[in-house]
Design a protein around this ligand. Structure first.
Ligand SMILES: O=C(NO)[C@]12CC[C@H](CC1)C2
Ligand SMILES: [Ca+2]
Ligand SMILES: [Zn+2]
Length: 302
């Protein structure tokens, strides 16, 4: 990887001063970090919807304009997400072959969402009430990039139980990447006028309207068969597992299950089996194994 020319700095969505790698290109500094895999590149759609839009640039490598904050956060956070997968699992980007990590911010108008479109990450600005610019959250950026990791590994289909597992894996790794053990999703960018709330809770999914037991699985045609609702069930199992076996072992168990045992049509019961197999591979069939079995028993999945 070519070393990036420069170290830029700027102000992120949450007002923090951040530093990150940039590249001097034709007399301006662009948000291109050439030091990580095939590069981290951050673009702006300028509130339109054509992708990827324009590389975000600055004349003096100091990205302090308000309009640059979403890009600063996306660039900085994706560097961290790249480092998480490389440092913990020696995974070189989502394809493990150094794919370039492209993000576009300022997508659409008042867009209260973010997504992986199969080629890149895309972040809305939010409407300022439900969300502020979504790239400001490390667990959200980790969530989005994990959709790409899942696509290149388990390939969990984005509907019904496989889709809820897909969503859960993104919440689980978003949580691991953020590392603050809050088990909350999106709290940093959700409802700026309501402190302490979140989009989802993994420790208590019911707090935000998700089921935490198979007995309450929601059968619906909405949202690809309720993938953002029924993810509460595997999320609760993950919370129970992490609390029992500890953060580090849980990360290894989840990564091995995602990349080795899960497949496109895996159901919740297959996820239980995959996690048990991964645990057995790594730690045998003792306390950790029993903890995983108990977690899935508690959410009603055999
Ligand atoms: O769950 C999600 N996508 O599948 C969300 C929705 C709002 C946050 C950004 C993207 C999480
Ligand atoms: Ca969080
Ligand atoms: Zn998602």
């Amino acid at each position: 990887n070519a070393a990036s020319d420069a170290t830029g700095s700027g102000t992120g969505v949450l007002g923090k001063k951040l530093t990150f790698n940039t590249t001097l290109n034709n007399g301006a500094y662009v948000l291109v970090d050439q030091s990580r895999g095939g590069g981290v590149e951050t673009y702006s759609a300028n509130n339109g919807s054509s992708l990827p839009g324009d590389l975000v640039s600055d004349a003096d490598n100091s990205f302090t304009d308000k309009g640059q904050a979403a890009a600063v956060s996306a660039h900085y956070n994706i560097e961290k997400v790249y480092d998480y997968y490389k440092n913990n699992f020696n995974r070189n980007s989502y394809d493990n072959k150094g794919a370039t990590l492209k993000s576009t911010v300022h997508y659409g108008n008042d867009y209260n969402n973010a997504f992986w479109n199969g080629q890149q990450m895309v972040y809305g600005d939010g409407d300022g009430r439900t969300f502020i610019p979504l790239s400001g959250s490390l667990d959200v950026t980790g969530h989005e990039l994990t959709h790409a990791v899942t696509e290149y590994t388990a390939g969990l289909q984005y509907r019904s139980q496989p889709g809820a597992l897909n969503e859960s894996m993104s919440d689980v790794f978003g949580n691991f990447i953020e590392g603050n053990h809050d088990y909350l999703v999106g709290e940093d960018v959700y409802t700026p006028n309501t402190p302490g709330d979140a989009l989802r809770s993994m420790s208590d999914p019911t707090k935000y309207g998700q089921p935490d037991n198979m007995s309450d699985y929601v059968h619906t045609g909405q949202d690809n068969g309720g993938v953002h609702t029924n993810s509460g069930i595997p999320n609760k199992a993950a919370y129970l597992t992490i609390e029992s076996v500890g953060w580090d072992k849980a990360q290894k168990i989840y990564y091995r299950a995602l990349t080795t045992y899960l497949s496109p049509r895996s159901q919740f019961s297959d996820a239980r089996a995959a996690l048990l197999q991964a645990t057995s591979d790594l730690y045998g069939q003792g306390a950790e194994y029993n903890a995983v079995a108990s977690a899935w028993d508690q959410v009603g999945v055999k």
